[in-house]
Design a protein around this ligand. Structure first.
Ligand SMILES: [Zn+2]
Length: 470
């Protein structure tokens, strides 16, 4: 054995038990009551700690150019921050470079990621220029290990696609074993509301939220699910933020559509009360969908516990406050849209365990196992089993700390959770058998992360729909 983690309480999505975990050549090679070490074996004593699969964050925006600013983290700072938070795999969104094809854009993104990533990573392809040439390329993406395509129903004049494009992308994905991820907001309605507020001189950050109310999200969610149903395709709704959209997800599931949905950690803790703070503080919370009313987080927690929401991602899109967000001090429409959270994610979800809303097993399922299953990473990633990659987090459930930007590792200049008291913390993080975080220090190597060539996605689409097609 290269490494043995002794005496820990192993927590998977289904079981909790005390055992030793043996690691050989980067993989888990034994799980047993007691595993024998030899002279070269490294031993970690995890008594009193939980040993869980490393987190899988399927929604990150590292090294991404934007209309108003570029995201602050590259694949080095971003994946180091992820690792410190207990995450050992990410799936980053590869933007389609304007005027370039999807494959060319992927190659460029790999050039940026490969020399820097410290944890394993995969990519989703964003389809923002739906030319015939682009649509023809979709079928070749799974061959590159990219088995999910993202489209936006919002951001008119930029990345928004129309319903005709969306149903064609759904059809292509279905034919190629890929999954379509949808940013569901009615872009036309948002544009109308933004123009109206701007015309009335209402330009503070609060109007970012008021121009994207829950119905804007719910309408597009319902439409996306209906189009998936018509194309006999699976669909994944990103960043569900409110009960209204959740209701549409549940309705789709009930009538048999293969719809999956995630929320993001910030919707569990942040509400539109942030816009009551004086000055431009609210600018830190301009992300999309926006912070919702105070009754909404409970609806999201309940849906996570029930299973109507299956994944919690970070939607890490870090823009500096100074020199970034504050470009829009006088006009919310100029504020770069997004917020950091790649390191905070697992701790924020763990608070649901700390206060009894989720079991530790459900926590593992939401932050690691189900995301790995949906996106074709399982069982290499997302679980603790013989043969799986030794991607592990040793979690101290008893520690209390205060989140503060100075302790975090993203290159961005703020956290949305400054001063928040939290219970529980990742103490040791292991990626393919390498200890990459220990005692608050990063101990891995730049560029050690590997690109994950994903398999076709694992969904519950009924077989009859596949035969319907042929
Ligand atoms: Zn996003």
């Amino acid at each position: 054995m290269d490494l043995i983690i002794k005496n820990g309480t192993v927590v998977t999505a289904s079981d909790t038990f005390v055992a030793d975990i043996g690691v050989l050549n980067g993989r888990i090679s034994a799980i047993a009551d007691a595993i024998e070490a030899d002279s070269r074996t490294k031993i970690i004593d995890a008594a009193g700690r939980l040993v869980m699969p490393g987190g899988v964050d399927v929604h990150t925006h590292l090294d991404t150019p934007g209309l108003l600013a570029d995201t602050e983290d590259d694949f080095l700072s971003g994946t180091i921050a992820a690792a410190h938070g207990g995450t050992t795999s990410i799936i980053n969104f590869c933007p389609q470079i304007k005027g370039s094809g999807l494959l060319e854009s992927l190659a460029e993104h790999r050039r940026r990621a490969d020399p820097k990533a410290v944890i394993d990573f995969a990519l989703h392809s964003i389809v923002s220029d739906p030319s015939e040439r682009t649509l023809a390329e979709l079928s070749s993406l799974p061959g590159e290990g990219v088995t999910s395509f993202k489209v936006f129903m919002a951001y008119k004049g930029d990345t928004m696609v129309d319903d005709g494009t969306l149903i064609r992308v759904l059809d292509e994905a279905q034919a190629n074993g890929a999954l379509v991820m949808v940013h569901a907001e009615n872009g036309e309605a948002v544009e109308f509301l933004r123009d109206r507020f701007a015309g009335e001189g209402k330009l503070s950050p609060r109007y970012h939220a008021l121009s994207r109310p829950p119905r804007v999200e719910a309408e597009a969610t319902a439409r996306a699910i209906a189009l998936a149903e018509l194309a006999s395709a699976s669909i994944y709704i990103v960043h569900v933020s409110c009960g209204e959209a959740l209701e549409e997800v549940i309705r789709g599931k009930r009538r048999g559509v293969d719809v999956h949905a995630e929320t993001c950690a910030h919707y569990l803790h942040i509400t539109d009360a942030v816009f009551d703070t004086p000055g431009f503080e609210g600018g830190k919370y301009v992300f999309t969908p926006p912070p919702r009313g105070s009754h909404q987080p409970k609806l999201i927690w309940d849906a996570l516990a029930r299973g109507d929401l299956e994944v919690v991602s970070s939607d890490h899109a870090p823009y500096n406050f100074v020199g970034g967000k504050d470009i829009g001090r006088d006009d919310f429409r100029q504020i770069p849209n997004g917020a950091p959270g790649i390191e905070e994610r697992m701790t924020l979800v763990w608070q649901g365990v700390a206060n009894g809303q989720l079991s530790p097993n459900r926590f593992v399922d939401l932050v690691a196992t189900t995301p790995a299953k949906i996106f074709g990473l399982y069982p290499c990633k997302g679980t603790i089993a013989v043969g799986s990659d030794a991607d592990l987090v040793i979690w101290n459930p008893d520690i209390t700390r205060r989140l503060t930007r100075d302790d975090l590792h993203s290159a961005v200049d703020y956290t949305m959770f400054e001063g928040m008291e939290v219970l529980g913390a990742p103490e040791t993080v292991i990626s393919r058998g390498d200890v990459i975080v220990q005692g608050g220090a990063f101990t891995g190597a730049t560029g050690r992360g590997r690109y994950i060539h994903r398999g076709t996605v694992s969904t519950s689409r009924p077989a009859r729909q596949e035969t319907q097609r042929s």
